[in-house]
Design a protein around this ligand. Structure first.
Ligand SMILES: NC(=O)c1ccc[n+]([C@@H]2O[C@H](COP(=O)([O-])OP(=O)(O)OC[C@H]3O[C@@H](n4cnc5c(N)ncnc54)[C@H](O)[C@@H]3O)[C@@H](O)[C@H]2O)c1
Length: 257
């Protein structure tokens, strides 16, 4: 028996095979799940190419979270295909350049609004668009990817604030969706080299901080530790855990200088 036997999962955020979501999709398939991937806008063709690197052929659909109608369209498709969803991975983050690397004073609302819509509000959009499909599952689970927002980081700026909102939204969604037996949890990852990470100015600062402070040896190339935590939340092994933020950061969050 595999960990995710017969689970039907929707996985957002696969861009390249460096994407954290790619490792989640690959491990989930190896553990018996069926997955559908989504990609956004011009990057959709890249998502389709990356999908070919998975062990089985999977459907790839367009889902740009700034176009909510695409989420509702996809929900109709999944209704016909599977009739339910056992899990959704939210692996979506973006902030315009002025939101990162210049402190919080430079960006104006038009940029901040984009960062919050794509990186924070979209968690609720996924919950809303796919709610009826999640309700049809025996053990539904919504999982998002977070970067610890309990402190102010250098250069992460408005993305840090978007993640703080995501952490709060995670608790509110847990409260509202609990009565439907839907678990809602975040995995707070340490720094990992991905396309999104490359857009963070001086990402090397995070690598250096983790190299000197993380109790467990941290590798920015290891996507699997984070992916495995996501799999645990999709599995039957955490049936009464919701509103949680699980740190997969080598223990960095627990120690000080
Ligand atoms: N890489 C890290 O160090 C790290 C650490 C903690 C948390 N995270 C989080 O992990 C998640 C996945 O990021 P990643 O690091 O794997 O990078 P990635 O670049 O591979 O993935 C980011 C994804 O966001 C998607 N996206 C951007 N705008 C979108 C939109 N409008 N609609 C739908 N999708 C959109 C991109 O298509 C891409 O697939 C993000 O939420 C990120 O903040 C990353």
């Amino acid at each position: 028996m595999n960990l995710l036997n017969d689970k039907k999962l929707l996985i957002t955020g696969v861009l390249t095979d460096d994407s954290i979501a790619f490792s989640v999709a690959k491990l989930a398939i190896e553990e018996g799940a069926e997955v559908i991937l989504t990609g956004a806008g011009r990057a959709l063709s890249l998502t389709r190419r990356t999908a070919k690197k998975l062990p089985v052929s999977v459907d790839v659909h367009e889902l740009d979270v700034t176009k909510p109608e695409q989420a509702f369209e996809l929900a109709k498709f999944i209704e016909n295909k599977w009739g339910r969803l056992d899990g959704i991975l939210h692996a979506i983050g973006y902030a315009p350049p002025d939101c990162l690397g210049s402190g919080v004073m430079k960006a104006d609302w038009s940029d901040v609004g984009v960062a919050l819509e794509i990186s924070t509000y979209s968690y609720k959009l996924l919950a809303e668009a796919f709610l009826s499909l999640l309700k049809n599952s025996k053990s539904p689970s919504l999982v998002g990817l977070d970067f610890d927002a309990s402190a102010a980081w250098p250069t992460y700026d408005w993305m840090g604030i978007a993640k703080a909102g995501l952490e709060s939204l995670n608790r509110y969604l847990a409260r509202e969706l609990g009565p439907y037996n839907i678990r809602v949890n975040l995995v707070a990852a340490g720094p990992i080299k991905t396309v999104a990470a490359k857009s963070i100015p001086q990402f090397g600062q995070f690598e250096d901080a983790w190299a000197s402070r993380s109790p467990l040896k941290w590798s920015t190339k290891d996507h699997e530790a984070v992916a495995k935590a996501c799999l645990m939340f999709f599995s039957e092994y955490l049936p009464l855990t919701t509103g949680e933020i699980l740190h997969v950061d080598g223990g960095f969050h627990a120690v000080s200088a």
